[in-house]
Design a binder for this molecule. Structure first.
Ligand SMILES: [Zn+2]
Ligand SMILES: [Zn+2]
Length: 288
């Protein structure tokens, strides 16, 4: 009960904060500064499937199976490599059929994750060593995003303070290793100070969920969703999974993303959207 009271308080404090007028992104693009980002790789970080899509779209597509791809993104900045999300655990590649069934809230409630190709193998393919990666962040502490954090034990991880404290408190999350070097963030954060990579605080799916705005020189601005939304239809119709931490915060975060898309003509790359994934080029190809 004590923990619940704490999170209820945090939710109330958050609601008060976002109710203030003039929601603002703390790192608007600065036309005087050249973006330091020059390359973004989309990496296959798991091949998921679910028996019932309505687990993520309550009341809609009940009983319809769904493909559920999982991605990591490696971004090159002139100041170093940055890894966004780490996917499902590479160790699943060693299991029979390379697969693991998740039972988040009982049998059949979680996706089945297949891992035919590992994150480690894909980094090797482009000759990037884990120790080459200067900074990393995961969108949140679910195992399909935080599964390989300790493949990079010396890489500084940027994490929202509330997520850092909350992670591991529910059976569907991963407790973060407290020995891992971290920088705790409160809200939006301009990673390299040039507006090219900006963490966006998008709570709701989890209390410290974050998304990433990447301003690519040729592709233009792209928002990497994390699980702020799960599918394109979820964004268009504002579907919120029942097990999200806060429905209200989830909806506000979707509105925040929509406002940035409208202002910057940004693209929204949804981590688990099958149709988007099928159309994207994957490592070793990249976006500029
Ligand atoms: Zn999640
Ligand atoms: Zn996810």
């Amino acid at each position: 009960m004590k923990a619940n009271a704490k999170w209820t308080f945090l939710l109330a404090a958050w609601a008060l904060a976002v109710a203030l007028p003039g929601m603002r992104i703390s790192a608007d693009p600065n036309p005087q500064v050249k973006s330091g980002v020059d390359r973004l790789y989309v990496i296959d970080c798991g091949d998921g499937s679910g028996l019932d899509q309505s687990r993520w779209t309550p009341g809609v597509n009940v009983g319809t199976p769904v493909g559920f791809p999982d991605h990591c993104y490696l971004i090159h900045h002139t100041q170093g490599w940055f890894l966004w999300d780490t996917g499902v655990d590479d160790a699943f590649a060693q299991l029979p059929n390379h697969e693991k069934v998740f039972h988040e809230w009982g049998p059949g409630t979680g996706p089945i994750w297949r891992k035919p190709i590992t994150l480690a193998a894909q980094l090797k393919e482009i000759r990037v060593e884990p120790s080459d990666i200067k900074l990393m962040a995961v969108s949140h502490s679910h195992p399909d995003h935080a599964g390989n954090i300790e493949m990079f034990p010396n890489t500084l991880m940027l994490v929202q303070r509330v997520e850092y404290e909350w992670a591991g408190s529910r059976q569907d999350t991963i407790a973060l290793n407290k020995k891992h070097p971290v920088k705790l963030i409160d809200g939006d954060y301009d990673i390299f100070g040039d507006g090219s990579l900006v963490l966006l605080s998008t709570p709701g799916h989890t209390p410290g969920h974050q998304s990433l705005l990447v301003r690519l020189p040729e592709t233009g601005p792209v928002i990497l969703s994390g699980d702020a939304v799960h599918f394109q239809a979820s964004f268009e119709h504002r579907y919120v999974p029942d097990n999200n931490w806060s429905k209200q915060a989830s909806l506000q975060s979707m509105d925040k993303i929509a406002a940035i898309i409208a202002k910057e003509h940004a693209q929204l790359w949804i981590n688990h959207d099958q149709a988007q994934s099928d159309a994207q080029r994957k490592l070793p190809a990249y976006y500029q």
